[in-house]
Write a protein of this length. Structure first.
Lengths: 295, 236
């Protein structure tokens, strides 16, 4: 185990609401969040400079559900995902209009610290990106920079709990001091998931988390997602429609629309229960896309 | 999207080929109904033998459809209307194979009944049932090919006289009297009536599959064909 010592007393708050985000002022007149929705976007449009990448997206992400965002390249699904924890703020030209509510608070409201938003709402990326540290520190360090100041014993418990939650503990419990890079791709991705859940979020964002993994590692991640949804809401962007069909409860289909000046803007076409969207979608665009008839 | 392009051409070609095979079965079944009714009402055992032979071709296609269907599902994971089409194909495959089996049952009765005394009125009723059932199959095929739910909904109404004639056949059988050979013949004709009644039901089922393909709603026609039962219970 790690030899570092940690300050006593502090324990990770496991209860809602999340103080990091809730600290900001609630915008006047903001409508109440649907009780089942952990997150909601309301008429959200995202621009890169003058280019409107995504227009008028209103989506709700329910508690203990997996929501998949699908659509062709350039439809804005990853842009929408990155807006859910203000990751787009890292791009200088990016600008978001509309609102994104997290437990009823608009995370784009004045006074909300985007860094704290990103710390609170974790994201798992296409390629596993463990820190260049030990397996143990990948969890402990992430928790510490998020303000965790528990005892060494508490940190040990936190590391174990996160690794168990990510279905990785049994595989790494005897080599916690080895580098995170020593793990396989699938294990590294689960380490990243462990790192994301160590901060006790209630939403996990996943941007094509299996695109760099082999089919077995992919199935393990999918199984893990189904386990995780007991405690978390998950929003996943995937190019793999079968993956969306296997794991998600609801699916949002985005498509690219050309405006009168020839600009390509992503729009939400349909957001339906997954079973319905993949067997009998409401919109012809969705039907065309899922059957491969796509222009 | 206004400019739709099929980026899944190879799968859709294979799906069309599978569709052609499935529909060839019901085309053949329709033909077999006519031949089987003719054979059983006119003591034509040669025609009965041809019906049995035609069923071998349906059985062969049935096996091929199963194999092709499994391979297509394994290699592609169809979604949307493609998935619905695949779903009904596996059901229609069984349905049409059973239509063929019913025709074989009639053909075998034609061979069994050869030389037995007969009642003309019963033969005429069986012919009438055949004349009612074949248009049902044709209507079901055309409803599928045209994607016409309204046409498919006509089928339960078309089935009602078939059901009435089948119910009446019990009375006709009892009415033939005590002659053992005549009674044996009539009892077998009762089974012919039942087989035709089942084929009528199968044509209605075909119409329901078509409605599911088009609407995405899994439901059964009620007796009028104009309403749906959505609770999964058979109301007819």
């Amino acid at each position: 185990m790690n030899n570092e010592t940690y300050t006593e007393e502090a324990t990770l708050d496991t209860g809602a609401p999340r103080p990091e985000v809730a600290a900001g002022p609630k915008p006047a007149g903001a409508p109440a969040t649907s009780p089942n929705h952990v997150m909601e976007t309301r008429n959200m449009s995202i621009y890169y400079g003058d280019f409107r990448a995504v227009a008028d997206v209103s989506l709700g992400f329910a508690r203990n559900e997996i929501s998949a965002l699908i659509g062709p390249s350039g439809c804005g699904k990853s842009t929408v995902l990155r807006s859910l924890n203000r990751m787009n703020d890292l791009i200088a030209s990016a600008r978001t209009e509309g609102e994104v509510h997290y437990h009823g608070t608009n995370i784009y409201a004045d006074g909300i610290d985007p860094v704290r938003v990103r710390r609170t709402i974790g994201m798992v990326f296409q390629k596993p990106n463990p820190f260049p540290k030990t397996i143990y520190d990948n969890i402990a360090w992430g928790a510490k920079i998020n303000g965790y100041r528990g005892s060494k014993a508490n940190i040990d418990d936190l590391v174990q709990e996160a690794l168990e939650g990510a279905a990785l503990w049994d595989e790494v419990k005897d080599k916690l001091q080895e580098s995170g890079y020593s793990l396989s791709g699938g294990q590294q991705q689960r380490l990243c998931i462990a790192r994301a859940i160590a901060t006790k979020p209630d939403v996990i964002l996943m941007d094509e988390p299996c695109s760099a993994l082999d089919p077995i590692a992919t199935l393990r991640i999918e199984e893990l997602m189904l386990e995780l949804k007991r405690d978390y809401s998950i929003v996943i962007v995937t190019h793999n429609m079968q993956q969306a069909a296997r794991v998600s409860d609801k699916t949002a289909f985005f498509n690219v629309k050309l405006n009168e000046t020839g600009m390509r803007t992503g729009r939400l076409v349909e957001y339906s229960p997954t079973e319905q969207l993949f067997t009998s979608p409401n919109e012809k665009d969705t039907e065309d896309y899922i059957t491969g008839r796509f222009g | 999207m206004t400019d739709t392009r099929d980026t899944n051409t190879h799968f859709h070609q294979e799906l069309e080929e599978l569709e052609r095979k499935v529909l060839s079965m019901v085309d053949r079944a329709e033909q077999m109904v006519e031949m089987a009714v003719q054979a059983v009402t006119s003591d034509d055992t040669d025609l009965a033998a041809r019906v049995i032979e035609l069923d071998n071709a349906i059985d062969q296609t049935y096996m091929e459809v199963h194999q092709d269907w499994t391979a297509l599902m394994a290699r592609n994971q169809p979604l949307g209307s493609d998935l619905r089409k695949m779903t009904i194909f596996i059901q229609l495959n069984v349905l049409f194979e059973r239509m063929g089996d019913q025709c074989v049952n009639i053909a075998k009765i034609a061979q069994f009944n050869k030389g037995l005394p007969r009642v003309q009125r019963i033969c005429e009723q069986i012919r009438e049932m055949g004349d009612l059932v074949r248009p049902m199959i044709r209507t079901a095929i055309e409803a599928y090919v045209r994607g016409d739910v309204d046409e498919a909904r006509l089928l339960p109404a078309m089935d009602q006289p078939v059901d009435r004639l089948n119910a009446n056949m019990y009375k006709e059988t009892v009415a033939v009297g005590a002659n053992p050979q005549l009674l044996e013949w009539a009892t077998k004709m009762l089974m012919v009536s039942r087989a035709l009644e089942r084929i009528g039901d199968q044509a209605v089922d075909f119409g329901e599959q078509t409605a599911y393909l088009i609407t995405g709603e899994r439901a059964e026609f009620d007796e009028d064909g104009m309403a749906w039962s959505t609770d999964g219970n058979d109301e007819s």
